[in-house]
Design a protein around this ligand. Structure first.
Ligand SMILES: *Cc1c(COP(=O)(O)O)cnc(C)c1O
Length: 450
């Protein structure tokens, strides 16, 4: 008998974000195909993809409409360099995304993964200030418990000790300001109060150091990797105002929260007091990746303003943004992204998700009411709650046990520490929602019992 795919994998593939030794007792799940919200293993067992394959999949696996678009592009033009050349998919995608911001962010710069998009936004910001005669503005500010990726620049604005400790000596320190995480509310405080308090710490930083700060980077509405820490939308307005006042760029990392995940296409659209178009707040840079290609192909981009673009527009090459990646603007990935934008329009996805989210929230009622569940929260197509486990040894293994129990019952879910979250694709039917809610409830009961 030949060795299983899992054991061949651990012998040759070094898996991401994994202590490989743990695979001795829990081998990686070998998947052979996907269809809709489901992934299937070699034995044909199905797993409901409750975390959209690390937050990238929007419209299910092997989606016929995206497949058709990618196949047609494959037979037309699979790839060409984007320096000195261009092609229809990248042009159409840029035009359509710019239009979604009312052309406030009318220029799109491409890369292949989220971390690279963050690197680009950071470099572009500092380079903008250099081109504008303020070369000392080259530091960055980020929020406590922020996550912006794992390359050195992105890790420098990431405040997750587990990910950065080993590399601290390699990183350029950033200013870390208070997170507006609503869970930090003191007795009697609202989420908005926490946001106001967090904004005040930012104001103090800017007051002292704005002369040397190029940009503040935030993940609007939900700090996902921190364990789905949610905050009041007022925070975004507050920081936009402070960034304007102190001449600091605002970078919105919408790599996870963009593409409809929080209920609007861009999370930033929810800043403002429900006012009209004119009151929308836009960042100076907006990073997209993950969901933009529907979870099909690596694609990321940074959208920016005419003002930033103009600061690089010149006769000399030194003022240009000389950054590139080999697969920048890959036509197949752009075509997948365009197919996703079509689905958003044709299926009125944002409204359909509102109905879906209301229903799934009701189904999760018993979970929210569990005596060991705290801070049950929801934003768009993200649900999360924290579990209290008294025994430290039990608490330390909660995430792994919950993951294993959920898998057994055919659900793919990976808690972050003691935070369980759901980030399903935007296609769950009523039956799948019920399966998901009931599966979470029973895995939770089991994980807390054993
Ligand atoms: C995933 C993620 C990144 C990094 O994207 P990669 O494609 O994994 O490099 C950056 N920021 C946020 C908010 C993310 O969720």
């Amino acid at each position: 008998m030949s060795a299983s795919l899992s054991s061949r994998s651990t012998a040759s593939v070094w898996h991401p974000c994994t202590q490989m030794k743990r695979h001795e007792t829990q081998p990686p799940l070998a998947l052979v195909r996907g269809s809709g919200a489901w992934l299937y293993d070699e034995a044909g067992k199905g797993y409901l993809d409750g975390l959209s394959s690390w937050w990238v999949n929007l419209f299910g696996h092997a989606n016929p409409r995206i497949n058709a678009a990618v196949k047609a592009q494959l037979d037309t033009l699979e790839h060409v360099m984007l320096a000195g050349c261009t092609h229809a998919p990248v042009v159409e995608l840029s035009e359509r995304l710019a239009a979604l911001t009312g052309h406030a962010l009318g220029h799109c710069f491409y890369a292949s993964d989220g971390s690279s998009a963050v690197e680009i936004a950071l470099k572009m910001s500092a380079h903008y200030w250099r081109n504008s005669g303020q070369p000392l503005k080259r530091d960055f500010a980020c929020l406590a418990q922020s996550y912006h990726g794992e390359t050195l620049g992105a890790l420098g604005v990431t405040d997750v000790p587990l990910f950065r400790q080993a590399y601290d000596g390699l990183l350029r320190p950033a200013h870390i300001v208070a997170s507006p995480d609503a869970r930090a509310a003191r007795p009697g405080e609202s989420a908005r109060d926490v946001a106001a308090r967090a904004a005040e710490t930012l104001r103090q930083l800017f007051e002292a150091k704005a002369d040397t700060i190029a940009a503040l980077i935030v993940e609007p509405l939900v700090q996902c990797a921190a364990g789905m820490a949610m905050h009041d939308a007022q925070y975004l307005q507050d920081i936009r105002r402070l960034c304007d006042q102190y001449h600091v760029h605002l970078i919105a990392d919408e790599i996870a929260v963009g593409c409809g995940r929080t209920g609007t296409f861009f999370a930033c659209e929810q800043a403002g007091n429900g006012g009209g178009e004119g009151e929308r707040m836009w960042p100076d840079f907006l990073c997209l990746s993950k969901g933009i290609s529907g979870g099909y192909l690596p694609l990321s981009l940074v959208m920016t303003t005419p003002n930033v673009y103009q600061a690089f527009y010149d006769d000399g090459i030194n003022r240009a943004f000389l950054h590139s990646h080999s697969y920048t603007g890959n036509p197949l990935a752009c075509r997948a992204a365009l197919a996703c934008l079509d689905i958003f329009e044709e299926d009125d996805v944002l409204n359909a998700n509102r109905v879906r989210a209301t229903r799934l929230s009701i189904l999760l009622g018993p979970v929210a009411a569990h005596p060991q569940v705290r801070h049950f929260r929801q934003q768009g197509m993200i649900w999360a709650f924290d579990v209290t486990v008294e025994d430290p040894a039990h608490a330390a293994t909660f995430s792994r046990r919950f993951h294993a129990l959920a898998l057994e019952s055919g659900l793919m879910l990976r808690p972050i520490g003691k935070t369980v979250y759901l980030m399903p694709p935007y296609i769950l039917n009523d039956h799948e929602q019920t399966l998901l809610a009931e599966g979470v409830q029973s895995a939770l009961a089991e994980a807390l019992r054993t």
